[in-house]
Ligand binder design. Sequence first.
Ligand code: PEP
Length: 232
Amino acid sequence: MLIAGNWKMYKGRRATHEFVEAFEPPPGVDVVLCPPYVSLREAAAGGVRVYAQNVHWAAEGAFTGEVSAPMLAELGVAGAIVGHSERRQYFGETDETVARRAVAALEAGLGVIACVGESEEEREAGQTELVLRIQVEALADSVGAHERLVVAYEPVWAIGTGKTATPETAHEAHALVKSMLEVPVLYGGSVKPENAEELLAQEGVDGALVGGASLDVDSFTAICATAARIRS
Ligand code: PEP
């Protein structure tokens, strides 16, 4: 079971230092923290496994504002998230660029958490399965079931909204992803200590990608502890 904390654009070096000083991951669960680029080194120095929130497909070049996989590896970063819905929504990320980023990260020896998920309009229009199929196919075609690839199913309408997928909805989506790509699948979307157990207990849910609740050391620790309990 993997619990990953996506800090988004929160926590600079000082706040990161305070978090990792206070954080004691419970035994029996894999934990990853995904701080902003500027805090990666601070987090890694605290002994936690650390992923970036994005990674470019080129090793180097004229790509202002981007960071490459070899640069992350050199820093002691273990992997990267790709295709988070906020990247797709606000920064023009497409299935093609997400796949290119994933390939480059894996080639550099990093782990990858690739995010997929339908928007509220897509769900209401009955397009959830189609959207997931297209997104997962892009990964299946370019990467396949790589041993360092994990998919995160994050319904966009559940991210940062307080709404969560029902355990049945998560189960259905995870089964679809796994039928196309045999890799672990995390659930993401308003996971909190109060709902972690029912979501993580679902068959086919191999962990969680946690946003808001990962910013508080106590709530993140509680989610990690729940995952450890379920697995044991
Ligand atoms: C996320 O950012 O990946 C996420 C799932 O956010 P939240 O837990 O806040 O919904």
